[in-house]
Design a binder for this molecule. Structure first.
Ligand code: 6PG
Length: 240
């Protein structure tokens, strides 16, 4: 794994750099493999990045969009990660509908929907049972508690090593999430993190030793590249 950390002056510089890096990685994947598989993060930070990606002249038929996690709500719910990315990006470009692969949330059974999505990933990537697919790009955010995707501190999801998709738990609220092994199989993982409220968790995550159950982002050690793109407010202590 190659770990690269960049601290940008402010949020807009962070989004600008996140855009240039994401574009570079999407184009490289299409160049090398004829397509790009990208998994999106949710939350609020990436929204301007998605709006900027909508302006790019990509060969949209060569891009397949997934999500690294999803709140257990319908896509038209204000909390839906799928809904946010569609409104900010996907509704504004000519990406084929079949290239968009949302996590299902309609079964009223998170474990069943997690299994359904796992089956879709196995089918899409044509992997053998037990084999882990390698996404070209996985975008991640990080909460101020050090969670990423829906891998929250001290939860069962952190221990799941034999699945691709599992049920996360945020204070009793179910989420669907990629597992640590699936994220770590990626060619390129890009964290985009902004805000002073993330500083303390970042210090714990970047420390040489620490508790990955308490700070789950510590477990993200992909076989490919690991990028941490931070704004000054989040990454200040990392540059001193
Ligand atoms: C989600 C995300 C989650 C998010 C972090 C940071 O579903 O909320 O996938 O992991 O990236 O909570 O969220 P903010 O960008 O809103 O700080």
């Amino acid at each position: 794994m190659e770990k690269l950390i960049e601290v940008l002056s402010d949020k807009s510089a962070l989004i600008e750099r996140s855009l240039s890096l994401t574009v570079e990685k999407i184009e490289a994947a299409i160049e090398q493999r004829g397509r790009c598989t990208i998994a999106l993060s949710g939350g609020s930070t990436p929204k301007p990045l998605y709006e900027a990606l909508a302006q790019q002249p990509f060969p949209w038929d060569k891009i397949h969009v997934f999500w690294g996690d999803e709140r257990y709500v319908p896509p038209d719910h204000p909390d839906s990660n799928q809904g946010m990315a569609r409104r900010a990006w996907l509704d504004h470009v000519s990406i084929p509908a079949e290239n968009i692969h949302p996590m299902p949330t309609a079964a009223a059974d998170p474990a069943l929907d997690a299994q359904t999505h796992e089956n879709e990933l196995i089918q899409f990537f044509q992997v053998a049972p037990g084999q882990i697919p390698a996404f070209d790009v996985i975008l991640l955010g990080m909460g101020d508690d050090g969670h990423t995707a829906s891998l929250f501190p001290q939860t069962q999801a952190l221990k799941v090593s034999d699945r691709l998709v599992t049920v996360g738990n945020k204070d009793g609220e179910p989420r669907l999430t990629f597992t640590i092994p699936l994220i770590n199989q990626a060619q390129c993982v890009i964290f985009v993190v902004a805000g002073e409220n993330k500083r303390q968790a970042l210090a714990q995550i970047m420390a040489d030793i620490g508790d990955a159950q308490a700070y789950p982002s510590r477990s993200i050690q992909p076989q490919g590249e690991l990028w941490w793109l931070l704004d000054g407010a989040a990454g200040k202590q990392l540059t001193t």
